[in-house]
Design a protein around this ligand. Structure first.
Ligand code: NDP
Length: 273
């Protein structure tokens, strides 16, 4: 019987997940269908249960439901627990298992696809929302020399950094406190680019030989990437690789097959112009 999977979010029309999983399934001969479900803002749990009752095997979860998915899970991976949010569900034996592959997707894209050695590098992460929270632990596991989180509301950056301050020296600061510090990797984990806005990061924070990474994807040269380019950074990337790498982790968890990501990334990449 054909297995059913879906992505749930609101809105959902913009989601690339059906395309990505459809391509993984076709390439690896998996008998499955993958659909997009617009979850009602007041009825997320009911929508998930209805999908399970209809034979659903797993779901990807996107905004604004990642915290609700965390709350309704029967079992949580260590990653999901640390992120406090869930982006993938698996339904088995009447139970809901949950994981969060966003952070590992970012790390895999940086290291495997973009050739960035995170060990020993100086990282500045902009933003302290859900994506930053999911990325923090997987980034730290790679052994960066320094990791600084800057946020508009610095108290959120401080709260995110606090559990890792003593063990990893992570600092949460305001944009003003970035000062003249320079980083090998600057990750824009704010949602500013979704509205064409620029987080107030100084151009001096970028190293020309470093990497500027934009978590938003498919938007070409965002104000953040343009700032980095003008600062002399030649190595620019958006989050399409992260999106596809996290999808691959979820697919492997569901199907027991680790799909090849390169062809899908090449197909979905929008030029950074
Ligand atoms: P959240 O809403 O949880 O967090 C938003 C963050 O952005 C907050 O830290 C907020 O700061 C900051 N922010 C918003 N606007 C501005 C601005 N104009 N200037 C400075 N800071 C700003 O969003 P998410 O963490 O869920 O998503 C962040 C980004 O990551 C989005 O672009 C999203 O599309 C992308 N993403 C990409 C994924 C991928 O696979 N490539 C996966 C998940 C997310 P404050 O706290 O001060 O309000």
């Amino acid at each position: 019987m054909t297995d059913r999977y879906a992505v749930i979010g609101n809105p959902i029309a913009q989601s690339k997940s059906p395309l990505i999983h459809g391509q993984f399934a076709a390439t690896h001969g998996q008998d499955m269908v993958y659909e997009a479900i617009e979850g009602p803002l007041e009825g997320f749990a009911d929508a998930v249960r209805a999908f399970i009752a209809a034979g659903g095997r797993g779901m990807n979860v996107t905004a604004p439901f990642k915290l609700q998915a965390y709350e309704m899970a029967d079992t949580l991976s260590e990653r999901a627990r640390q992120a406090g949010a869930v982006n993938t569900l698996k339904f088995e034996g009447g139970r809901i298992a949950a994981d969060n592959f966003d952070g590992i997707g970012l790390v895999n894209d940086l290291q495997r696809n973009l050739g960035m050695a995170l060990s020993g590098c100086r990282v500045l992460m902009l933003g302290a929302g859900g994506a930053a929270r999911g990325a923090l632990r997987p980034l730290l596991e790679q052994g960066p020399a320094e990791l600084v989180i800057a946020n508009r509301h610095p108290e959120k950056a401080e709260a995110l950094a606090r559990p890792y301050a003593a063990s990893h020296g992570v600092r949460g600061i305001s944009y003003a406190e970035i000062g003249r510090q320079r980083f090998d990797l600057v990750v824009n984990a704010t949602s500013a680019s979704l509205r064409g806005e620029l987080p107030p990061v100084p151009a001096t924070a970028f190293s020309p030989e470093g990497l500027a990474y934009e978590l938003a994807y498919g938007k070409g040269l965002t104000p953040f990437l343009r700032l980095a380019q003008n600062a002399g950074v030649s190595h620019l990337a958006d989050g399409v690789g992260m999106l596809i790498e996290q999808a691959a982790e979820g697919f492997a968890w569901w199907r027991g097959v680790r799909p090849e990501t390169g062809p899908v990334i090449r197909r979905m990449t929008v030029p950074l112009v």
